[in-house]
Design a protein around this ligand. Structure first.
Ligand code: GLU
Length: 234
């Protein structure tokens, strides 16, 4: 696997694995991997989910599926917790970029983001990107961080995208439903059949599931960015 600039997307299930705020259970090893990449001269951009999950216990809510404003408040308080949690595992500085679809669709803002990322990377900083959940209404949202990560990989002109999640690849059927399901080790072309195989999420913390990972891989690979779906616990 050859790459020089990589986007690593880390899902909520890894950032806040016990549905009770964020912790270092998986992030410590992921941070070690990122540091090893940097030491090997590679540039890394992190796209981290988990702000809503990290803030969940800090905002009162009476339902397993809180309202959008309640989730936005959770994201606002959780983003701080999540960034502080990530920074614990790095000696180099991290920076925070909260972006929306609106930012990526506007040419001027797109160029601003591109330039900011370039300067951060030149200075050995690890940019940490998340969606700006607090201000984003539906039409401004990318909606999920898998697709956001693919868009970030495009803006940053990355050559590789790693999507770290709680599954280790694409299976013909959901392996949690059918443990005998066959894994597709390499997908040369993303066809409608591949989309059909990808079922929705079955994790209460994560928002995307396999469908959004396939969409992200589709966007990225169409632009020559190799995409890997990896079990982040491994
Ligand atoms: N931006 C959301 C968060 O940080 C997550 C979106 C996603 O999981 O894809 O909680």
């Amino acid at each position: 696997m050859k790459y020089n600039r990589v986007v690593v997307k880390v899902g909520s299930a890894l950032v806040a694995p016990d549905a009770n705020g964020c912790n270092g259970k998986y992030l410590l090893s992921i941070a070690r991997f990122i540091t090893a990449c940097q030491n090997a001269g590679k540039e890394v951009i992190l796209v981290s989910s988990g702000s809503v999950a990290a803030g969940r216990a800090l905002i009162q809510h009476g339902s397993p599926n809180p309202s959008i404003p309640t989730k936005q408040a959770m994201a606002s308080v959780g983003q701080m917790k999540m960034m502080a949690n990530w920074q614990r595992f790095f000696d180099v500085p991290l920076s925070q970029l909260l972006i929306t679809h609106g930012d990526l669709k506007d040419r001027k803002r797109y160029i601003n983001i591109k330039n900011t990322l370039r300067i951060l990377l030149e200075n050995g900083v690890i940019p940490v990107v998340n969606e700006n959940d607090t201000g984003a209404t539906d039409e401004l949202k990318v909606g999920d961080n898998d697709n956001l990560a693919a868009l970030v990989a495009l803006v940053a002109e990355a050559d590789c995208l790693f999507i770290l999640s709680d599954v280790d690849g694409v299976y013909e059927q959901d392996p949690r439903v059918n443990p005998a399901a066959k894994k597709l080790c390499e997908i040369a072309k993303i066809t409608p059949k591949i989309y059909q195989m990808a079922s929705g999420t079955s994790n209460v913390i994560a928002t995307g599931g396999m469908q959004t990972k396939i969409q992200a891989a589709d966007k990225a690979t169409e632009n020559g960015i190799d995409t890997y779906i990896i079990d982040g616990a491994d």
